[in-house]
Design a protein around this ligand. Structure first.
Ligand SMILES: [Zn+2]
Length: 377
C-alpha cells in the first residue's frame, strides 16, 4: 500500500518573518498552505502542525554558546558587537528577527517530526526545512539552525547506518557537507551553481570528496550558469542511480529548494516547474520514498506553485491544469511588487505547470559529470 503523505507546517510562520529588507521576508510556508487550501489539494488529516525543536535536539548539531546567543536574539532583541561578529548574526545576511529563534525552532522541530513520521510509515514534507548553510557555531547564508543536519543526526541516533542526503537547492549545502565530511554513515550528494560564481563561494567544488572514513562519501556537482531542465536532469540521471547502487542507502533526505527555478532572482539556474517535478520523480523512482524538506526560494509565487506541485505528486493527486479564481486572487495579492517586471505575470499567475524546456547539453556540463564520477569508476 502507498504511504500516506503528511504536510508539516503552520500558519505561525506568518508572524515569524525575516527583517523587511531581507530576501526571506516573503510569505512561504503560509502561502503554500493557503494555495493548497484554495485549490482543495490538502485535507485536514494530511496536515501536521509544526512543533518547536527541543534544546537537546539542537545540540545534535550546534554548540551551546551559539544557541544561547540565538535565544538572546529573541529575549533581548539585540546582541553585543562581539556576539554579532563571533556568530555572524545581526547583519544584513543573518538579521535578528522573529525568524531567528522562534522561526528556526519551528522549522527544525518540523524536520524532526518528518523523521518520526517517516519511521511511522508516512511520507513527510516539511517545506520550512532545508536550512542547509548554518554551521555548528555560526549563522550562514540566511540560515540559523541547520535542520537537515539535525534530522540526519537524529536518523543516525535511531540506528541508520547509510543515510543519503540529496540537495537540489541552487546553492551548495556547505553547513551539511562540512559537518558530515568525515562520516561514512551519511553520503552527501549536491547539484548546485558552481562556487566560482555563486554563494557559498568557498565550498561546493568537485574536489571536495570527504575525508578520513568519509572519503568518497561526498559528491559535488558544481554547474555553470544557465542550467535548465535538460542539463539538470542529465546530471541527476547520470549520478543518482550510481550513488544509489554503490551506497545502497537505507533512507534518504531530499532538500528541495526552489531557487533553481527560472523566476528566482537569486540564482542563475533556469528550471521550469515541470523540470523540478521530473527531478523529484526521478529521485523517487530510483530510491522510493524518503524525507522531504524545503530549502531556498525567493520568489514567493514561483515557490508556492512549485511546492504545491510536489505536494500533488506526494499525495497522489493529479496536478490541476490551471489555477481557480480563488487561488489566482491569493497569488495576485502577494506583496512582491519590486520584482514583477522580471517575470511574466500572466504566466505565473494563471498556470500551475509549465512545459519542460528543451535545450542544449553543453560540453562543460558533461565534463563536470565525467570528472565527478571518475572517482568511482
Ligand atoms: Zn539556495
Amino acid at each position: 500500500m502507498r504511504r500516506q503523505a503528511k504536510l508539516i507546517g503552520s500558519f505561525k510562520y506568518k508572524s515569524l518573518r525575516y527583517a523587511p529588507n531581507h530576501p526571506l521576508r516573503i510569505p512561504r510556508v503560509s502561502l503554500l498552505l493557503e494555495l493548497l487550501q484554495s485549490l482543495g489539494l490538502v485535507e485536514d488529516r494530511e496536515r501536521v502542525e509544526s512543533r518547536e525543536a527541543l534544546w537537546e535536539e539542537l545540540l545534535l548539531f550546534h554548540t551551546e554558546e551559539y544557541l544561547r546567543a540565538l535565544r538572546e536574539c529573541e529575549s533581548k532583541g539585540r546582541l553585543s558587537r562581539e556576539q554579532r561578529e563571533l556568530f555572524n548574526l545581526g547583519n544584513y545576511e543573518n538579521p535578528i528577527s522573529p525568524a531567528t529563534w522562534r522561526g528556526s525552532l519551528l522549522a527544525t522541530g518540523s524536520s524532526l517530526q518528518a523523521v518520526e513520521l517517516f519511521q511511522a510509515g508516512y511520507v513527510p514534507f516539511n517545506p520550512a526545512g532545508g536550512m542547509h548553510h548554518a554551521y555548528p557555531s555560526k549563522a550562514n547564508g540566511f540560515c540559523f539552525i541547520n535542520d537537515p543536519g539535525i534530522a540526519l543526526q537524529e536518523l543516525l541516533r535511531r540506528g541508520y547506518r547509510r543515510v543519503l542526503y540529496i540537495d537540489l537547492d541552487a546553492h551548495h549545502c556547505d553547513g551539511v557537507q562540512d559537518f558530515f565530511y568525515e562520516e561514512d554513515r551519511v553520503f552527501v550528494l549536491s547539484l548546485h551553481q558552481s562556487p566560482e560564481y555563486a554563494f557559498p563561494f568557498r565550498r561546493g567544488y568537485l574536489q571536495e570528496r570527504g575525508e578520513g572514513r568519509g572519503k568518497g562519501y561526498n559528491l559535488n556537482l558544481p554547474l555553470p550558469p544557465g542550467v535548465g531542465d535538460r542539463e539538470f536532469l542529465y546530471v541527476l540521471e547520470k549520478t543518482l542511480p550510481l550513488v544509489a547502487e554503490l551506497y545502497r542507502p537505507q533512507v534518504y533526505v531530499l532538500q528541495l529548494g526552489t531557487d533553481t527555478l527560472r523566476e528566482d532572482y537569486l540564482s542563475k539556474f533556469e528550471l521550469s516547474n515541470e523540470g523540478l517535478l521530473r527531478a523529484f520523480d526521478l529521485v523517487r523512482e530510483v530510491l522510493g520514498e524518503g524525507i522531504y524538506l524545503g530549502g531556498g526560494g525567493y520568489h514567493p509565487v514561483a515557490l508556492a506553485r512549485a511546492w504545491s506541485l510536489l505536494w500533488c505528486r506526494l499525495s497522489g493527486r493529479e496536478v490541476p491544469k490551471s489555477l481557480n479564481p480563488e487561488a489566482k486572487k491569493l497569488l495576485l495579492s502577494v506583496d512582491f511588487e519590486e520584482f514583477d517586471e522580471e517575470v511574466d505575470r500572466g504566466y505565473l499567475y494563471e498556470r500551475l505547470l509549465d512545459p519542460l524546456r528543451e535545450g542544449d547539453l553543453r560540453p562543460e556540463v558533461k565534463k563536470v559529470v565525467q570528472e565527478a564520477l571518475s572517482y568511482y569508476l
